[in-house]
Write a protein that binds this ligand. Structure first.
Ligand SMILES: [Zn+2]
Length: 462
């Protein structure tokens, strides 16, 4: 290990308490994008942190949107890394299931519990502090940095596309470190090279008038039955999607298939990521992994209609709605998928079932495992964890990563601090403090090696 690497590592260790204080301060700020609570304060806190680093900060705000923050540290180096994170968080409900208040960070058994601890303030802060560490120890950064922080990720990033379009030149970089990523139960780094796309919609079956006595059910159509029939026409018993040509754009990706074949993960590891959810039994592990990571899905998020309170009420409902998300893999277009769904319903006589698009969503994204910045991420993660990283072609969830890979044309990957029990979006969200610190260290090493690696193929600090 070189002198500088030692100094950086020591500095992080020495400043642990101070760094945790900075983190806790941001966690105290609610920043729930669904309600707007605390958004401006969180954006202000982050802007201050970036200014303290000496960054040029640009704040962009669309009408009614939450601030997007671009913090630039241009050290005139021969390489630039963009760092994408979001400062907004999911709502906290069900509040009763939290062991401590979600915006009063609690430290217990080596973890910090708070909404946003993992998704995504932990990554955001650890990366800011990595830059701070390098500035303090080395006096300058070994690479140019662009922080891109948004406050609408949890509500579909509505302002981000126009920001990216308007500031395309200013957003130039050689690689982008995305939110997320982390360590698995065995402490192996998990690196993700992409994200699925998503569309969010509601299916609505309605009839005129209000709820009626259920005795009318013999001669008046029940919207709940109409909805159930429409829904059941969409998927077969084994999970195959029956929408005509739904799979036609799903392209072969030999590199992604190869990564899935190499994944050293068993059923119990996947199951533990889902709080011991029961995996479909008859699927062998390879097929399970393929479906999880490489298949599109049509999911019912919720169904509501009629009387659902305690006891009984005989009623013929006036409406039945289902909220749904469709997750997309590369090459599938949200618009085409929606029009296929509408055609499917029309063709089967469900003209009375409306498709209301709640979020037009975005396509999927993926970066090649052989790209230079990804290869460096794998080497750095291996050094930091002392274990072989697990490289996924993409997360099974979604994020607007296509804006980076397909609009800005930057290789993009996640290299972060989360763990399988992070409880993202759920009560008792948490981060392991050791991973928060390791993430910082990992980010420092990545920045130190970046320019020598992409210019000369050299990794002097590993
Ligand atoms: Zn999230």
């Amino acid at each position: 290990m070189s002198q500088n690497v030692h100094k950086v590592k020591d500095y992080i260790e020495k400043n642990k308490n101070q760094y945790l204080d900075t983190f806790v301060k941001l966690l105290r700020c609610p920043s729930v994008s669904a309600t707007g609570e605390g958004i401006e304060q969180a954006a202000g806190l982050i802007t201050d942190m970036l200014r303290e680093l000496g960054a040029n900060v640009l704040t962009y705000k669309e009408d009614g949107g939450n601030p997007i923050i671009l913090g630039e540290l241009n050290e005139k180096k021969e390489g630039t890394i963009m760092i994408y994170d979001h400062y907004d968080v999911q709502p906290v409900d069900p509040l009763g299931k939290w062991a401590s208040p979600p915006f009063e960070p609690r430290i217990s058994d080596g973890k910090i519990y708070a909404r946003g601890a993992s998704d995504d303030k932990g990554n955001l802060v650890s990366r800011i502090l990595a830059v701070k560490t390098l500035l303090e120890v080395l006096g300058e950064l070994p690479v140019n940095i662009k922080f891109l922080f948004e406050g609408e990720e949890e509500v579909g990033s509505p302002s981000l596309p126009s920001f990216i379009k308007n500031y395309e030149e200013q957003l130039h970089a050689d690689a982008c470190i995305w939110e997320g990523g982390g360590f698995d139960q065995k402490g192996r780094p998990m690196i993700y090279l992409g994200a699925k796309g998503v569309v969010y919609l509601e299916l609505r079956a309605k009839r005129t008038g209000s709820d009626l006595h259920s005795s009318w059910g013999t001669i008046i159509e029940n919207p709940a039955w109409r909805l159930v029939m429409a829904l059941s026409s969409i998927r077969d018993e084994k999970g195959g999607i029956l929408i005509e040509n739904f799979y036609e754009d799903v392209a072969d990706d030999p590199e992604a298939e190869q990564l899935v074949r190499e994944l050293d993960i068993d059923r119990s590891e996947i199951s533990s990521m889902t709080n011991n959810g029961e995996l479909i039994e008859e699927l062998p592990i390879r097929e399970l992994l393929r479906r999880w990571l490489l298949s599109p899905t049509v999911n019912i998020c919720g169904i509501y209609s009629g009387y659902i309170e305690k006891g009984q009420k005989t009623v013929l409902p006036s409406y039945a709605f289902a909220k749904m998300d469709i997750r997309l893999v590369p090459k599938m277009s949200p618009e085409r998928v929606l029009s296929k769904l509408k055609q499917h319903l029309a063709k089967r006589g469900f003209n009375d079932v409306e498709v209301e698009v709640l979020n037009h969503g975005y396509p999927a994204a993926r970066t090649s495992p052989s790209s230079q910045p990804v290869r460096l991420a794998i080497m750095v993660a291996r050094t930091v964890a002392g274990k072989e990283p697990v490289v996924f072609p993409n997360i099974a969830g979604s994020g607007p990563m296509y804006l980076v890979t397909d609009v800005l044309h930057q290789p993009c990957f996640s290299l972060g601090i989360n763990h399988p029990g992070s409880n993202i979006h759920a009560p008792n969200e948490n981060v392991i403090i050791d991973y928060f610190m390791k993430g910082m260290w990992q980010c420092c090493l990545y920045m130190m090696n970046f320019v020598p690696w992409i210019r000369l193929g050299d990794v002097p600090y590993l």
